[in-house]
Design a protein around this ligand. Structure first.
Ligand code: DGT
Ligand code: CA
Ligand code: CA
Ligand code: ZN
Length: 613
C-alpha cells in the first residue's frame, strides 16, 4: 500500500515531510470515523462507538505525525488509549487496517454508501437497513417513491422530502471524483510510468487538464513506439492501485482503482468504501502526440468546434493529426501549437477549451493572459491554533514567507463557530495583540495582518461588533450556518454583509462542499453589483472541497468588475498547496492577474485594503 503514502506527498507537493505527516493522520482519522459510523449502524456498544469517534477527532486535530511518533508519546496523547495506539501502529507499519476491512464486510457496501448521503446519519441508516431492509441507494430511492418510509417511526414528511433531495444530489456527485484526489492519483500514475524507458512522453489530458472541479475518469496519454505498447500496457495494469482491468488493448487500456478517491464523495469516509476511479491510458506515436493531446484534452464541444473549422479550411482534424481533405497529407500533428497554428488560431490554454467563445478569441488572437500560480503573492484567509487550525501564527507566517508571499492575513473563526473553537470578542482582542507581536518579529520577512473570518449570521449581521472589526486589517465575511436558506433570503443576508463598512472579502460565498453539500444559491448578479460598488473582493476558495466562487461565477464576477481573492483557507501543513486548484478554477473563468487582489504588490495590497474602508 505504498502508493497510499505517496498520495499524501502528491497532495502537498512542496511541503515535504510535514505534508505527508498530516496525510497519515487525516487518513486514519477518516478510517476511524467510518468505523464509528459502521459500528453505530451495526448497533454496537455505545462506548466503543464513542472511542472511535474520539480517536478520529483527536487524529484530525493532531499537529504531530503519528507515523513518526514513538510508542510512548503516542500512548500519552489525550484521547488515544492503548487499543487505538495499537491500531495506529499497525496501520503505520502495514498501510492498512485489517479490522476496518473486516468491519466493512459486515455491512453491504450499498449501506455504507447511504452514509454518504448528506443528512443520513448512522442512526437513520441503521433503521433503514435493519428495520426497513434497504440494502443500497436504489432500494432507498424505491422506498422513498412508494411512501413506504412514512410508516417508520421518526420519518416525517419533511425528513423524507429532504432525503429525496439529497439522494439525487449524492447519486450525481458519487460518479465523479474531486480534482484534489484525481490530481494526486494522476500524478502517481505518471510518476510510476514515466520511468519506463519505452515511454517518450506522458501527460494527463481530459477534464483534469482542463482543471474541472470534478473528474469523471482520468485520461493519460503516452508517446511510444508501436513495438513497445505491449510492455507499457502490462506495466500499467499491474500497478498497485489497480483492482479491475476493464480493457487492455493495443492503443488503449482502462482500469479501475480500489481507492474511493472521494468518488463516493465522503469527507469523513472516502477511504475504505466507494468504487474507485477509472483510468484510461492511451499510447500514440510521438509524431501525432500533439493532435492526440488536443483530442483527449477535449472538451468534446471544443473539439467539435475545431473540426468544423478544419473542414471549412479544406482539412480534417482527428486524434492522429490535421490533414488535407483530398490527399490525406499531414499538415500538423506533433505539437498542439503546430495544430492550432495551422488552423489559424492562437494556442488555447486547456482550461478555456469548453466552447465558451474561446475559439473566436483565439481567431482574433485576443485570448486573456491567464493568471498563473506564481502570480499569487499573498494569502488572505488562514486559521491558526487559536481556532481550528494546526499551525501557530508564526508557523503559518513562516510557511507563507517560504512560498515567496509578501503578505499573510491571520483570519481565525468568530465566536459563532463553537465547534471550530471560534474566538469570543475578548479572545479576538488578545489574538490581535499576539498577531501584531509576530508581525513585529517577522518584519522584513513577511507582512502579517490581523484579520478574522467572521460569520455572516442568518440575518446578515456579522458575528462581531463594528468597533472590533474596525481594529482588523482584513475581514473575510463567510456563511457557515443556515446553508439551506432560500435564495431571496440569502441574497438579502449577503447584501447586508457586503454593506458593512469593514468587510474586505466575502469568503466562500455559497458554502457548498463539492459532491457533498449543495450550498446556497444567492442572486450572484446582485451580489457582484454590490461588491463592485463597495470595491471589496469575492473569494475563490482554493480548497478542492470548496472551489466557490465556482468557475462560471468567477467569470460573471470579473465581467461585473468585481475584484477576486484566491485564498486557501489554510488550516495546516499542506493546505497552501491547494492554491493550484483555486488558480485552475480562476483560469477556467478567464481571470488575469490584474483581477486578483492576491497578485497585487505589497504596497498595492495595503492601499486596496485601506480603500475598502
Ligand atoms: P470527464 O471524464 O467526464 O470528467 O470528462 P472528459 O472531458 O475527460 O471526458 P472523457 O474522459 O469522456 O474523454 C476525454 C476527452 O476525449 C474528451 O474531453 C474529448 C475526447 N473525446 C472523447 N470522446 C469523444 C467523442 O466522441 N467526440 C469527440 N470530439 N471527442 C471525444
Ligand atoms: Ca476523463
Ligand atoms: Ca476517459
Ligand atoms: Zn476559513
Amino acid at each position: 500500500m505504498l502508493w497510499l503514502l505517496w498520495l499524501g506527498f502528491a497532495l502537498g507537493i512542496s511541503g515535504g515531510k510535514l505534508v505527508a505527516m498530516s496525510q497519515t493522520n487525516t487518513r486514519l482519522s477518516r478510517i476511524f470515523q467510518q468505523m464509528a459510523d459502521v459500528l453505530e449502524v451495526l448497533g454496537a456498544n455505545r462506548f466503543k462507538v464513542i472511542a472511535f469517534q474520539k480517536a478520529a477527532r483527536v487524529l484530525g486535530e493532531l499537529a504531530e505525525d503519528v507515523a513518526v511518533m514513538d510508542s510512548k508519546t503516542l500512548r500519552a496523547v489525550d484521547g488515544i488509549g492503548k487499543g487505538m495506539a495499537d491500531r495506529i501502529e499497525a496501520f503505520v507499519q502495514t498501510g492498512e487496517l485489517a479490522e476496518a476491512a473486516e468491519l466493512m464486510g459486515k455491512v453491504p457496501s450499498g449501506v455504507v454508501m447511504m452514509l454518504d448521503v448528506p443528512g443520513l446519519g448512522p442512526k437513520t441508516v441503521s433503521v433503514l437497513w435493519r428495520e426497513a431492509g434497504l440494502n443500497d441507494l436504489d432500494d432507498l430511492a424505491k422506498a422513498l417513491d412508494t411512501g413506504e418510509l412514512e410508516k417508520l417511526a421518526g420519518f416525517g414528511k419533511k425528513k423524507i422530502e429532504n432525503i429525496k433531495k439529497n439522494l439525487v444530489f449524492a447519486k450525481e456527485a458519487g460518479k465523479r471524483a474531486r480534482i484534489g484526489e484525481a490530481m494526486a492519483m494522476a500524478l502517481w500514475f505518471i510518476d510510476q510510468l514515466k520511468g519506463l524507458k519505452q515511454v517518450k512522453r506522458i501527460e494527463y489530458a481530459g477534464s483534469l487538464r482542463r482543471g474541472k472541479e470534478t473528474i469523471g475518469d482520468l485520461d493519460l496519454l503516452v508517446a511510444a513506439d508501436a513495438d513497445d505498447v505491449g510492455g507499457i500496457m502490462d506495466a500499467f495494469v499491474g500497478l498497485e492501485p489497480v483492482v479491475d482491468v476493464i480493457a487492455k488493448g493495443k492503443t488503449k487500456s482502462s482500469v479501475r482503482t480500489g481507492e474511493s478517491s472521494g468518488a463516493a464523495g465522503s469527507s469523513k469516509g472516502g477511504g475504505i468504501s466507494g468504487g474507485g476511479i477509472q483510468v484510461d491510458l492511451r499510447v500514440v506515436p510521438i509524431e501525432s502526440y500533439g493532435a492526440a493531446l488536443m483530442y483527449f484534452t477535449g472538451s468534446k464541444e471544443h473539439n467539435v468546434r475545431l473540426r468544423e473549422r478544419a473542414i471549412s479550411m479544406g482539412m480534417k482534424l482527428n486524434e492522429w493529426g490535421l490533414t488535407k481533405q483530398d490527399s490525406d497529407e499531414v499538415v500538423a500533428s506533433g505539437s498542439e501549437e503546430e495544430v492550432f497554428e495551422a488552423l489559424g488560431l492562437a494556442w488555447v490554454p486547456p482550461e478555456l477549451r469548453e466552447d465558451r467563445g474561446e475559439v473566436a478569441l483565439a481567431d482574433k488572437d485576443d485570448l486573456p493572459l491567464l493568471i498563473e500560480l506564481s502570480d499569487i503573492k499573498a494569502e488572505l484567509h488562514t486559521h491558526t491554533t487559536a481556532s481550528d487550525g494546526m499551525w501557530t501564527i508564526e508557523q503559518l507566517a513562516l510557511a507563507a514567507a517560504e512560498r515567496g508571499f509578501h503578505t499573510v492575513a491571520i483570519t481565525d473563526h468568530s465566536k459563532g463557530q463553537v465547534q471550530a473553537n471560534g474566538l469570543s470578542d475578548e479572545r479576538l482582542e488578545k489574538h490581535i495583540v499576539a498577531v501584531r507581536r509576530v508581525a513585529e518579529k517577522l518584519r522584513g520577512k513577511i507582512t502579517v495582518l490581523a484579520g478574522s473570518e467572521v460569520d455572516i449570521l442568518t440575518d446578515g449581521r456579522l458575528d462581531y461588533p463594528d468597533s472590533l472589526l474596525k481594529e482588523l486589517d482584513v475581514v473575510v465575511a463567510s456563511p457557515h450556518a443556515a446553508l439551506t436558506q432560500e435564495p431571496a433570503k440569502c441574497t438579502a443576508r449577503f447584501l447586508k454583509a457586503i454593506e458593512n463598512p469593514y468587510v474586505t472579502i466575502m469568503g466562500h460565498p455559497t458554502g457548498r462542499l463539492v459532491g457533498r453539500r449543495e450550498g446556497l444559491s444567492p442572486d450572484m448578479g446582485a451580489l457582484f453589483k454590490a461588491a463592485a460598488e463597495r470595491g471589496i473582493a469575492m473569494e475563490i476558495n482554493a480548497n478542492h472541497w470548496r472551489l466557490d466562487l465556482r468557475d462560471t461565477h468567477a467569470r460573471a464576477a470579473i465581467a461585473a468588475g468585481v475584484k477576486l481573492a484566491i485564498n486557501t483557507d489554510a488550516h495546516g501543513p499542506g493546505d497552501l498547496d491547494q492554491l493550484q486548484f483555486g488558480v485552475l478554477t480562476a483560469r477556467r473563468a478567464g481571470v488575469t492577474k490584474s483581477d486578483v487582489v492576491n497578485c497585487m504588490t505589497k504596497a498595492g495590497l495595503a492601499k486596496w485594503l485601506k480603500s475598502t474602508r
